[in-house]
Design a binder for this molecule. Structure first.
Ligand SMILES: NC(=O)c1ccc[n+]([C@@H]2O[C@H](COP(=O)([O-])OP(=O)(O)OC[C@H]3O[C@@H](n4cnc5c(N)ncnc54)[C@H](OP(=O)(O)O)[C@@H]3O)[C@@H](O)[C@H]2O)c1
Length: 436
């Protein structure tokens, strides 16, 4: 057997400790498959004294994580710290510039700095791998970049954030409201103490920007992702979706379509109503799923655990096995110079069915005002439901829920612009698209 692949690990939290446990448990199997052992040489975290349930005695300890990149006895650096900038980015730059192979699970860093890091990796002829950054344990990066390499990918979409999916599924099964379910999710460890990136859709947007680059051969464009989260979804929306034969999921969706003869990249993360017959509707709890539609293979569905120490470590070590085998491919499947800078699509031209929820004052004429705005903007209404309230609660706003026929999003935007500032509306309308 040839020389081991010697690695340095930055970060010994959920994923870092998981990688050490996995390499300990499956080391022989991995060495046989990779053709050489993968050997941890040095590690770094903030607190050397913390009990992590793993024996760190065999490994050199560095207090400063960037020192890992300078070690002469290390072939590959693995970054499992997190954060788009700061020490993680400094480590990535140093490791790649120093000609080390580099593996990370850090979607924020790849979404923001992936192009710069891929350029560095290419210049040095080393790997930049990040399978664990998108959908945790699911091999979707490899699946798209290698398994589906023969296809033109027409669309990629999926459930990319386990925290949101857990919250929405719990709201569905318990009838509870968003705030209560979020609190439970935090207590159970399904949501972070600061859940902002998850519930506002930012984490899913990081992952979607990375998937788009691989699927469509475009430069990573995180700023171009039209992002909204799940904080405005109420128990009433979930119940209404159910009555319409749908479930609500936070879905990231991307494609490239021509607008005025030019290709345009559409990227959006948004809660949508998914038809119960659609494969994504069955994805519940913290599971992730990605659908890619290829022009020869058809619809591919990748599904599995999007987070957790075991699944995420599995993806990190798969990247290391690739490196140990000498399988170094362009980080975004194409050389950086071949990635197209595709302008963002105009969402107004998208044609969809939409669910629009209005919260309105319970008085005569309100429904007429809303339907008039829809008519004037050319929005065709498929169904409309007005929810009453108990007689003793007459001052409370009521919900009006509308489902539209297929039509351009620009028409809905103009109708809502006409209604803006109307005293009839007690809060901004919530618009969700229907898929399936
Ligand atoms: N958790 C998941 O399921 C999951 C899934 C997919 C991707 N990821 C990504 O994987 C990465 C790691 O996530 P995680 O959940 O393992 O995070 P975590 O449990 O919070 O662990 C982070 C680790 O980084 C160390 N660290 C933080 N700042 C440091 C610094 N300045 N210098 C040295 N070490 C530092 C911490 O040290 P101490 O332990 O001493 O505090 C800790 O060991 C993130 O990019 C995350 O987005 C995580």
């Amino acid at each position: 057997m040839t020389a081991p692949l010697r690695i340095a690990l930055a970060g010994l939290g959920t994923v870092g400790a998981g990688v050490i446990r996995l390499l300990e448990a499956n080391g022989d199997l991995i060495a046989a498959r990779a053709g050489r052992p993968i050997q941890v040489v040095a590690v770094c975290a903030r607190d050397r004294g913390k009990d992590r349930g793993i024996d760190l005695a065999p490994y050199a300890w560095e207090d400063d994580m960037t020192a890992l990149a300078a070690r002469g006895d290390v072939d590959a650096v693995v970054e499992l710290v997190g954060g788009s900038d700061g020490p993680a980015l400094a480590l990535a730059r140093n490791a790649l510039a120093g000609g080390k192979q580099f593996v990370t699970a850090n979607k924020a860093m790849i979404a923001h700095h992936g192009m710069e890091l891929a350029t560095l990796a290419e210049e040095k002829g080393v790997a930049l791998k990040y399978e664990a950054a998108v959908a945790g344990g699911i091999p979707v990066i490899k699946g798209l970049a290698e398994g589906a390499a023969a296809n033109r990918i027409e669309r990629v979409y999926g459930i990319l954030n386990g925290t949101c999916n857990y919250i929405l599924s719990q709201m569905e099964s318990t009838g509870a409201d968003f705030g209560d379910v979020l609190k439970d999710a935090q207590e159970l460890g399904y949501a972070e103490a600061d859940p902002t990136f998850d519930i506002e859709g930012v984490d899913a947007a990081h992952k979607l920007a990375i998937l788009s680059a691989i699927a469509f051969g475009t430069a990573v464009d995180f700023a171009g992702v039209d992002t909204s989260g799940i904080t405005r979804i109420s128990a009433a929306d979930i119940a209404q979706a159910d009555a319409l034969g749908h479930v609500i999921r936070l879905v990231g969706i991307a494609d490239v379509q021509e607008e005025g003869g030019e290709p345009r990249l559409f990227q959006r993360v948004q809660p949508v109503l998914v038809d119960k017959e659609h494969p994504l509707a069955a994805v519940d709890g913290p599971t992730n799923a990605v659908v890619a539609e290829g022009n020869f293979v058809g619809r591919l569905l990748f599904e599995g655990a999007g987070a957790g120490d075991g699944p995420t470590a599995s993806a990190v070590v798969a990247d290391l096995v690739d490196i140990a085998r000498g399988n170094v491919t362009p980080p975004f499947s194409l050389p950086v110079s071949a990635l197209a800078a595709t302008a963002p699509a105009d969402p107004g031209q998208r044609v969809n069915r939409a669910y629009i929820r209005f919260s309105v004052a319970d008085r005569p004429g309100v429904l007429a005002e809303i339907t008039a705005a829809m008519r004037d903007a050319g929005v065709s209404i498929e169904s409309i439901i007005q929810h009453g309230h108990p007689a003793d609660n007459g001052d409370e706003p009521v919900l009006v829920v509308m489902v539209t026929h297929d039509g351009p999003e620009s028409a809905i935007a103009s109708a809502l612009a006409m209604l803006e500032g109307s005293p009839a509306l007690t809060e901004a309308p919530l618009v969700m698209r229907l898929i399936g």
